[in-house]
Design a protein around this ligand. Structure first.
Ligand SMILES: [Fe+2]
Ligand SMILES: [Fe+2]
Length: 242
């Protein structure tokens, strides 16, 4: 299978609360626009806001409109209204689970927000509808079709550092077994990690936020991900000082 070379940006966990806290993201977008080669798209991995309110989303959207390359988004646990309701996120950004093709890769955006219980849980869980959606999505792919997988909560690694924070991650990984997964990308843990599953790297990104710190002390940055001949490489691009 012929795969063209390209790059994209993964940034996540911006936790915007007001116009001031959106400025860091605006700086990141400016730096993304200056990257050469220009990335083909940006993935924003969820936790756009802190409390899932309209006011918080309204603080981010004017900045989002300035982004000059395509963006693909995921819903984070902080984006749910009252911790359980995704409809505001869906109204702004669209479907919770979806997939798109890019230069020979199938990019799978899998929702991990936990909404099956009455009470809010900030941990991840893949609901039965999302599992069924993924099963259907994979059934249309041949075993050698390269896949990039994006989730808010991480699927692989340690539960202590939240690099894995999906209750039924094993169920999802079992479905992916036998497919040509190139890499997984997540946020939520606010830490830099790379854990392997079946020799596939699962990258976890930091919070690009002034309202949330990275517990490991990582400076603000985002991933620049390059795909070349079916191989993935990831650079952590440090945001320059304001
Ligand atoms: Fe977060
Ligand atoms: Fe989160």
């Amino acid at each position: 299978m012929h795969n063209e070379e390209f790059s994209f940006v993964h940034l996540t966990d911006i936790h915007v609360i007001d116009a001031e806290s959106a400025k860091l993201v605006e700086r990141a977008f400016r730096e993304i626009h200056n990257l050469r080669p220009l990335p083909d798209f940006v993935v924003i991995g969820g936790d756009f806001v802190e409390n899932g309110t309209q006011e918080e989303f309204d603080s981010f959207l004017p900045v989002f409109e300035k982004l000059q390359i395509p963006a693909y988004t995921l819903c984070g646990n902080h984006d749910l209204v009252d911790g359980i309701d995704p409809t505001l996120y869906q109204r702004i950004f669209g479907d919770l689970c979806y997939a798109f093709d890019h230069k020979g890769y199938r990019c799978i955006m899998l929702d991990t927000t936990h909404r099956d219980y009455e009470t809010y849980s900030w941990h991840g869980y893949i609901r039965p509808e999302a599992i069924n959606w993924l099963r259907g999505e994979l059934s249309r792919l041949s075993g050698d079709h390269p896949i990039l997988l994006f989730t808010h909560h991480g699927l692989v690694g340690s539960r202590e550092d939240l690099s894995c924070d999906v209750e039924n991650s094993d169920e999802v990984l079992a479905l992916l077994d036998g497919y040509h997964l190139i890499a997984g990308f997540a946020g939520h843990a606010h830490r830099l990690r790379c854990n392997k599953w079946n020799r596939v790297p699962f990258f976890v990104n930091t919070a690009l936020s002034t309202t949330r710190t990275n517990p490991g002390g990582e400076p603000h940055g985002f991933f620049v991900v390059s795909l070349r001949e079916g191989e993935v490489s990831v650079d952590y691009h440090l945001l320059s000082k304001a």
